[in-house]
Structures are given as C-alpha cells and as structure tokens.
Design a protein around this ligand. Sequence first.
Ligand code: GDP
Length: 701
Amino acid sequence: MPRQYPVEKTRNIGIIAHIDAGKTTVTERVLFYTGISHKIGEVHEGTAIMDWMEQERERGITITAAATTCFWTPRDLERKKANEHRINIIDTPGHIDFTAEVQRSLRVLDGAVVIFDGVAGVEPQSETVWHQADKFEVPRICFINKLDRMGASFEKSLQSILEKLSPNAVAVQIPIGAEENFEGVIDLLTQKAIKFDGDFGQNIVEEEIPKNLKEQAEEWREKLVEKIAAEDEKLLEKYLAQKEISVDELRDVLRSATVDYKIIPVFCGSALKNKGVQLLLDGVVDFLPSPIDLPPVKGTDPKTGQEIERKAVDSEPFSALVFKTASDPYVGTLNYFRVYSGFLQKGSYLLNPTTGEKERIGRILRMHAAEREEVEELFAGDIAATLGLKKTITGHTLCDLNSPIVLEKISFPEPVISIRIEPKTRADQEKMGMALKKLAEEDPTFKVKSDLETGETIISGMGELHLEIINDRMRREFKVSVAVGRPQVAYKETIKGESFAEGKYIKQTGGRGQYGHVFLRLKPKERGDGFEFTNEIKGGTIPQEFIPAVKKGVIEAMERGVVAGYPMVDIEAILYDGSYHDVDSSEIAFKIAASMALQTASKRAKPVLLEPIMRLEVTIPSEFFGDTIGDLATRRGKIEETKDRLNLKVIDAKVPLAQMFGYATSLRSMTEGRGTFTMEFDKYEEVPQNIAQEIIEGKRR
Ligand code: GDP
C-alpha cells in the first residue's frame, strides 16, 4: 500500500514548558480540536474525546503516551495548498531531574512548541529546557498562554523571551483585549481579527481588525515583515522598494527561516478559555519542519566504523531509533521508535546492531488520543510503537538486515546519587527484582546493582526526586514496598598518572594447574571519556583466545577502585606483555592475573576520588542575596555569575552534589519560601584532599 500521508505532510513535534505553564491544557485542546476535525471511527466525535479525556484525568492517568498521533488541516484561507497533515506529538517531561527524558525526546522530534505562562513570562526552568533544545538545534515556535489571567501581559512576556532566550523571536499575532477581556487574536500576516465561538471555542470567526487596534497592529506587522524580509534577498529588495509582498511570500520565507532556526514565531492565547490553539496548530503545519526538511540522519556502519547517512525517504534502507521503552499494564513492554528512513511491513525482521540480534516486528501500533490503531506498515518519518521485542531498549537502533547502521546514540549522563533499598517482606523481595529490571529498561539513567559485600540492592539515578519517583512507581505500579536508606553520592575514582604492573596467577601444585601472566600499562583519559582497552600483544605471547578474559578481568577490577572502593573511570589499560603455559593456562587464570595487575598499577598511578558537581541556578528576591551567597560558600559552591531579573536576583553556581541534600528545604526557610532553584548534573571533579580523607575514613567505618 502506498503511504497515506506524504512525508512533507508529517510533523514530529514536542510541546515543552515549565511546569504549570499549561502544557497539559494545551495538549488536551490540541487533541480535542484535531479529534473534531478528523474523525477516527464513529464514536470519536469531538465531545466524546473531551469526555474520554476527563475520565482519564479522574483516574489520574496521563493523557499522553510517549507519542500521540493526530491530524490537522489548517484553515483554508487564501492558502490553496492546505490539506490534512499528520502530527505526532512526542511527550516531553516537565521536570529537570529527568534530563535524560528531555534529551531523548529532543533527539527524535523535528520541531517544538514552547509554552509560556503569560503572567510569569520566561521562568528559570524554561531557560534550561530552551538551552537543551539549542543543543539539538530544534526549530521552534512559542505560545504565550494564559492571557486571560490577571496580570498577564503579552508584551512583557515577549520581551522576556527576547531578553533571556533569543533576539530572534517575533510576534506573528497580538492579543485583542487583556485579562478577563481577552477576546481573540490578530493574525499579523493576514491582518485579520480572529475570535473563537461555541462551547469549546471550536468555531473560528474572522473579522476586520477593530478600529482601536489598527494602528498598533500596523506597527507590529511592520516589525514582523522587516524581520522576515531580512531573511530573503528577493523579499528584501521588494521591501526596500516598498512594493507589495503577498501573504504567501511572507509565509514561505518565514517557514524556511523558522526551519533554519533563524526566526522564532510567537503565538498567543488562552488554552483554558479555548482561544488560539487552532491557530497554533496551523503554525505547527506552516512553520515547523517535516522530516524531509531536515538534514539526513547520521550513523555509523557497525562493520567498518564509517559514517553513513540516511535520508528521510522510503526508498532508503530501513533505519529507526528506539526512544522510549515503556511497560504498559495491558499489553506489556512497548517500544516507541522513530523511523528515519525506509519502510517497514508488519511481520518483517529487523536487526538490532547493538545486541546483534534479529527482532521480529509482530505488531505495529499507533497511539491516538482515545485508542490504539494497529497498522500494517510504516514509512520514513513515522513514529509508532511495537510489542514483544526481545532485547531492544531505549537508545538502540533497529535497521535493515542487509544494511546495518547504528544511529547516533542518545548520550545519557551517568547516575550521580544512590540509595540502598530493602524489600519489606519476602513477597516484596520476589517482585522487587522484576520491578527494578523493568524500570531500568525504561530509563537509561536509572541503574540497579547489588553490593557484593552485603548483598544489599543499590539503586542510582539523577537526583533525589528521580529516585523518589522510582520508589513511588514501584509501590503503585508494581505493588512492591521497600525501605530506603539515606541518599549517597555516587563517587568515582580515576588515576592522574601513568604506571605499569605485572599480574601473575600461577598454581602448579597438585591437580590441574593455573597459569595467567600479564603486564598492564595505565594512562589517564579525559574526564568523561570512559574506559578503553588496548591490546598490544604481538607474536602470540598471550594467545588470542585469552585476550577477552584479560579485558574482563580489568573491567571487573575497575568496579572497585583502590582509593575507597568506588568504580574507576576514564582510564586506558594497555596489555603489552605476558606469558602462557600450554596446559595450565585458562580464561579464569588470565582474568585473575589481569585484575591483580590493574589493582597494583592503579595504586601506583596517583589514584584520586571524583565527585559529581552540579550546575545550580537559584532565583531569589534581592533582600536574600547575601544570605544565599553565604550559604552557598559553606557548601563549597563556586559562584559563576549573578544577574538581575526584574526585581529578582539570579545566581549561577557550581556546587558539589554532596553538599546539596535537603537544599530545597533550607532555601525555603532562608527566603521565606520565595526562593526557587534548578539543579542539573554538570561533571565529575576531583574531591579536595581533606574531604577525600573524610570520605575514605567514613567508608572504612
Ligand atoms: P502543565 O503543568 O504545564 O501541564 O500545566 P497545566 O495544563 O496542568 O496547567 C496548570 C494550571 O494552569 C491549571 O490549573 C490550568 O487549569 C491552568 N491553565 C492552563 N492554561 C490556562 C489558561 O490559558 N488560562 C488560565 N487562566 N489558566 C490556565
């Protein structure tokens, strides 16, 4: 079957916002309006979808799957080309503790709608998410929401976007009326006033611009046209010659400038009062890129290591990236993936180049607001889910059996905090392992391991809140109760110098002997570069078959560093010499010899402790500035920058995670509840000597 929606009529977008800006409300309205315009089956009349959403809400289920598909036809004014588009909405989390979630969703979406609270304007967290989106160069449009609220101001909010986020933002609409008198918007491109009638604002009424706003609308339009014209030579010529420029011309250039992330169109409205959301949807279609508008996806050939590209066309070999693994109580483990190239038929086999396994795609599901749809095939640019994959998890590539490619990985930060947990009863014990395994599959920044000495289970994640939520999910979704210990910083160890050592494991008395003998050289690597194993053995000094065992021995020994038993990172281990015995040598003997050599060599290579350093942004009323700075100093904080934001002070600092437990409570009491902060992992750094000593002693005790 040919594809129903050409790739140019596909949009893969995310809706991103600070908590409380109205992401849920906007998403609900989007699903509602798209549901009216595109009837999926007969039951899904508009009101039915609204009812369904209300029920979902009462049951406390989130209304968005990892990706939800809907359809939208922009208003057909003078636009003759307009017709139905498929919009896939990729869920993005609101909280900063879930950087990994934000990153992986940003990785697979092509464009974003950023929502702002029209009263608060740009909030600290909107800045963090904005900068993350910058890293992935995600084209975006903005929506200033809540214009019906007391104290809302379109102009001030736009100003804060211009000052704090990007000078390239430009209004494509302005509001008619404000606060309780907010009535609708003026579309600056078409120069029409637009209002929203009916119980759900579903009827769009187009009018002439009210007289009292004519002049203002002219001024705003002038700014918009100037900004657009500057992006295109032909248009600029016309503009300078004061010739007529058509709406279509403006729209086309604005589209390509938005796709290139040179202009950010700003929309406005009130999702709660059903005003403006349909025009925002028009904006998604008009200005955000389709998969084919963006550069081809990059990957590597797993055999040759060479870089290869795949275009978003159906005739290329199939490639897709799994961006979310979720356990669904009804159907089991769902893997959401984005197709970057080629097409896929239900029942066919794909390769997972990471595990090397073949996977059969038995069912393909597309999630809509109120139902799941089973589909027979998928094409380049599509997003869907599948069930029953054996070993595929978040971050893995799925590709054509004959044209393997590993797509650029989503890089996840290492966990920085860990807690010991203990099942409350024997029944919990059994279920706990399963629950932890499922949760770790879903979330690559959540790790589980057991303490070799005590047998206890240790879970690690990206922050206190992250682990709290994991525990909460264990209780609610998996019905497992656990007792939790105090959060611990995930220290690591590394070396600062080079060294070498010999490891010998030889037993040749009685029974079968053992013989493993290696020489290792160690070199420090850059922070964050991880572990590398290099084999320099020549001429069979150690037979090839034992080399993997040597590497295994090194990796195992690195799990317990020589300073205080924390995992070692950022080290290159070079195997350069050794010997073997015809009869007595075995894998196990070489593994032990390698572990011994690694330990001895690390002791000689200036081993040190590393601790996670967090990037912190604190926002406080200025009267608390002195106290807050003083407090950060006692926490070993380094102030990077202080800024003024309206009548608030903003402090950017780097602080060791070890000093930040319970910071939320202490900031609250220090600032009479008026201070807020966001915190994010930055990097690992060497622990100062005196503090390292305390940690080592504490660990011994
Ligand atoms: P989220 O945390 O970003 O998902 O935000 P929600 O959609 O849950 O909205 C947060 C609060 O703001 C809720 O109480 C909403 O009813 C309210 N809200 C959302 N949009 C609007 C709006 O346009 N106007 C007003 N006055 N309130 C809104």
